[in-house]
Design a protein around this ligand. Structure first.
Ligand code: BTN
Length: 331
C-alpha cells in the first residue's frame, strides 16, 4: 500500500496568501489565479477550512479575509519558527489521517529522509501504547510523528524514548509557561493527569537502527475529555483555563527534539538520563504500581539505569530494572 496523499500544497498557499493579506479582502479570482485553481475550488477549500475552525469572512462575490490568524499546523505557518535543516525540515501535513505513526513508518520503508515530520489536524485511528486508541479530536491537539535515522545501535532506543519526553516537556513549557511532570518513560502530566503521550516504533537490524518513528500526541485546546478518560487525562486548556497556540507548541517541539537529539548524539545516553532524572518526580522515591503481563506489583522508584530503564525496589525486596511497562502513582 502506498502512502496516502497529504494536504494539497495549494491549500497551504491559500492560507499563506490570506495571512500575508490579513488586513484586506482578497478577491476570489485573484486567489484562484495566484494558487492555480478554479474559483469553485477556492470556495470548496474555504468551506473546508471553515469546518476546521479557521475564521474566514466573505464569500465568492466579495472575496475573502481572515477574521483571525488560524492555528493550523500547516508547513508554511510552522516552518518560519523552526531552524533550517533540523527535525521538521520536511513537514507533511494531513487534515485527516488514520495515524501519523502509520504514515511515517510507511514513508520510512519508502526511503523518506531523517527529520521528516508527519502532522495531522485529526486522526481517525490514532494509536497509543499497549495497543490502545489515542483520542485525536479535530484541530484541538497536536498529532505529529517524526522519522529519525539515528547512527545508533538498537540498544539506544530507550534513550530516544526518554529524549522525546524531555523535549516534549520543554516544548510545552516554552510558549505556555506550564511545567509538566514526566511519568516514566515519557507521559507528560499536569495535576497528575496525562496530556501528552509518546509512541516510539522502529525498524532495526541486530546491530543498527534503520528508522525510528516517534509519535507525539499533545492535548492542547480540548474543552472536554471523553467520560471514560476524564479521571486520568486532561488538556493544557482545561488545566490553565486558556487556549494555546498549537503552532507555537509544535514549532517548539520540533526545535527541542532537534536540540535533545544532538545532545544524545554528542554527549551520549547519560546526558539524556541525567536530564530526565532532573525533571521528573518519578525518578526517585515515588510509590507506584507496575502493570506487567504477569500481574500488578507495588514498588518504589530508585533512579534510572544507564540505559534508561527504571530501577524499582519492589515491596517484596527485589530491586530490578523495568525495561518496558506501564506505571501509575500509588495514591
Ligand atoms: C501513549 O499511549 O501514551 C502514546 C500515544 C501516542 C499518540 C501519538 S498521536 C501522533 C502519533 N500517531 C499515532 O497514531 N500515535 C502517536
Amino acid at each position: 500500500m502506498t502512502t496516502p496523499a497529504p494536504t494539497d500544497r495549494r491549500i497551504d498557499k491559500l492560507i499563506r496568501l490570506l495571512v500575508e493579506n490579513a488586513t484586506v479582502v482578497v478577491p476570489g479570482p485573484k486567489i484562484a489565479a495566484e494558487i492555480g485553481v478554479t474559483r469553485a475550488t477556492v470556495w470548496d477549500w474555504i468551506e473546508k477550512l471553515r469546518s476546521l475552525g479557521v475564521e474566514i469572512k466573505g464569500h465568492p462575490a466579495t472575496g475573502y479575509q481572515l477574521a483571525r490568524l488560524p492555528d493550523l499546523l500547516i508547513p508554511s505557518l510552522v516552518r518560519p519558527d523552526i531552524g533550517e535543516g533540523g527535525i521538521g525540515h520536511r513537514m507533511v501535513h494531513y487534515f485527516r489521517a488514520d495515524s501519523t505513526n502509520t504514515i511515517a513508518l510507511r514513508m520510512a520503508s519508502e526511503g523518506a529522509d531523517h527529520g521528516t515530520a508527519v502532522v495531522a489536524e485529526e486522526q481517525t485511528a490514532g494509536r497509543g501504547r499497549f495497543g490502545r486508541v489515542w483520542y485525536s479530536e479535530k484541530s484541538s491537539g497536536i498529532y505529529v510523528s517524526v522519522l529519525l535515522r539515528p547512527p545508533l545501535a538498537p540498544g539506544a532506543a530507550p534513550a530516544l524514548t526518554l529524549m522525546a519526553g524531555v523535549a516534549a516537556q520543554a516544548a510545552v513549557e516554552r510558549p505556555t509557561g506550564l511545567v509538566t511532570d514526566i511519568r516514566w518513560p515519557n507521559d507528560l502530566l499536569l495535576n497528575n493527569k496525562k496530556l501528552c503521550g509518546i509512541l516510539t516504533e522502529m525498524s532495526a537490524e541486530v546491530d543498527r537502527l534503520h528508522a525510528v518513528v516517534i509519535g507525539i500526541g499533545i492535548n492542547v485546546n480540548h474543552r472536554e475529555i471523553p467520560d471514560e478518560l476524564r479521571s486520568i487525562a486532561t488538556s493544557l486548556r482545561l488545566e490553565s483555563g486558556k487556549t494555546h497556540s498549537r503552532i507555537q507548541i509544535l514549532a517548539a517541539l520540533l526545535r527541542e527534539l532537534e536540540h535533545y537529539y544532538q545532545i544524545l548524539l554528542k554527549q551520549g545516553v547519560e546526558a539524556i538520563v541525567n536530564r530526565w532524572t532532573a525533571v521528573s518526580t518519578y525518578a526517585r522515591g515515588k510509590r507506584i504500581v507496575v502493570r506487567t503481563p504477569s500481574g500488578e506489583f507495588r514498588a518504589t522508584t530508585a533512579g534510572l539505569e544507564s540505559n534508561g530503564a527504571l530501577r524499582l525496589r519492589y515491596d517484596d525486596g527485589r530491586v530490578e530494572p523495568l525495561v518496558a511497562g506501564e506505571i501509575t502513582q500509588l495514591e
